[in-house]
Write a new protein. Structure first.
Ligand code: 5RP
Length: 221
């Protein structure tokens, strides 16, 4: 069975009538979006806030009603994927390049459910290179400052030019190896001028739904 489909579809069951729902980005949440679209056709009344242009397009295509973040007082529930998650529900996100909007939406959400396949669940974070969104201005200086924190930095490319986020910024993927102190690293990275934000999500997720072969497991905070 497809672990992403199992986890993604299960999360859609937590969405209730009247909710404002943060709609994450990626191939696992895609299954949540399809399930939500089915439920909307059956009468579920929700408003979705997409975390990326990609998700916005999928939601529009499948008839999920949307609303802008600035037009709501809060978000009831956000469902999003992750590139790595540990038992504390600290996450590495940004594999799809949407980390900034994902973090803004997670921050304003009362609850956040992470959906993932079993490969994403780790005891120590850091095998997946940490995505960091940086502004293009003076980007090589920002890269040098990141390298001084002890990582190898790769500028993410789209064919031969730098990948551009929905916010017009670059993504650099930073290999630190094992990350024993995510909070300390998070703060050090974000103190560098030129860094917009990084893919460590600490204290946002309340629950993870992880596909495990033909079943799902839950991690709760
Ligand atoms: C996008 C993300 C995604 O949630 C993350 O990359 C997981 O994606 P997938 O469900 O396709 O494995 O953080 O910025």
């Amino acid at each position: 069975m497809n672990e992403k489909k199992l986890a993604g579809e299960k999360a859609a069951a937590y969405v209730q009538d009247g909710m404002v729902v943060g709609l994450g980005t990626g191939s696992t949440v895609y299954f949540t979006l399809l399930k939500l679209a089915e439920r909307v056709k059956e009468g579920l009344m929700i408003k979705g806030i997409p975390t990326s242009k990609e998700t916005e397009a999928i939601a529009i295509e499948h008839g999920i009603p949307l609303i802008a973040l600035q037009d709501v007082s809060s978000i009831d529930l956000t469902i999003d994927g992750a590139d790595e998650l540990n038992d504390d529900l600290t996450l590495i996100k940004g594999g799809g390049g949407a980390l900034l909007r994902e973090k803004i939406i997670a921050y304003h959400s009362t609850h956040m459910i992470v959906v993932a396949d079993s490969n994403k669940s780790v005891s120590k974070l850091g095998t997946f290179p940490l995505p960091v969104e940086i502004v293009p201005f003076g980007y090589n200086k920002t890269v040098q400052s990141l390298e001084k924190l002890g990582c190898r930095v790769v500028i993410r490319n789209n064919a031969s030019s730098p990948f551009l986020t929905d916010n017009g910024n670059y993504i650099v993927d930073c290999s630190f190896g094992e990350i024993p102190y995510p909070s300390t690293l998070h703060d050090k990275i974000n103190q560098i001028p030129g860094v917009v934000d990084n893919g460590l999500f600490i204290g946002y997720a309340n629950k993870a739904i992880v596909g495990q072969e033909n079943d799902i497991t839950f991690i709760e905070n």
